[in-house]
Design a protein around this ligand. Structure first.
Ligand SMILES: [Zn+2]
Length: 81
């Protein structure tokens, strides 16, 4: 059975902001706390981090926003299964 609460949805959104570097310190602490408690989100975080670092290696400038957006959507679909 899937266990995914509001807290997880918030964490995932926060994670995106975090990876974009658009997160305040307080929000970041909250996210890190959730990642420590929640296996599902912490796996998602690892996956996203790996993904983004690959993108950045491939595009040393800025990764195209459309690409990042598309990958996120794929990721969300995968998470909904
Ligand atoms: Zn979670």
């Amino acid at each position: 059975m899937r266990h995914r609460g509001d807290d997880c949805d918030k964490a995932v959104h926060a994670l995106y902001n975090y990876l974009d570097g658009e997160m305040g310190l307080r929000q970041k602490r909250h996210l890190m706390g959730h990642l420590r408690r929640c296996r599902g989100c912490s796996d998602a975080a690892d996956f996203e981090r790996t993904l983004l670092s690959r993108i950045r290696q491939a595009c040393p400038q800025e990764p195209p926003p459309e690409l990042v957006e598309r990958l996120r959507r794929l990721l969300q679909q995968a998470g909904d299964e």
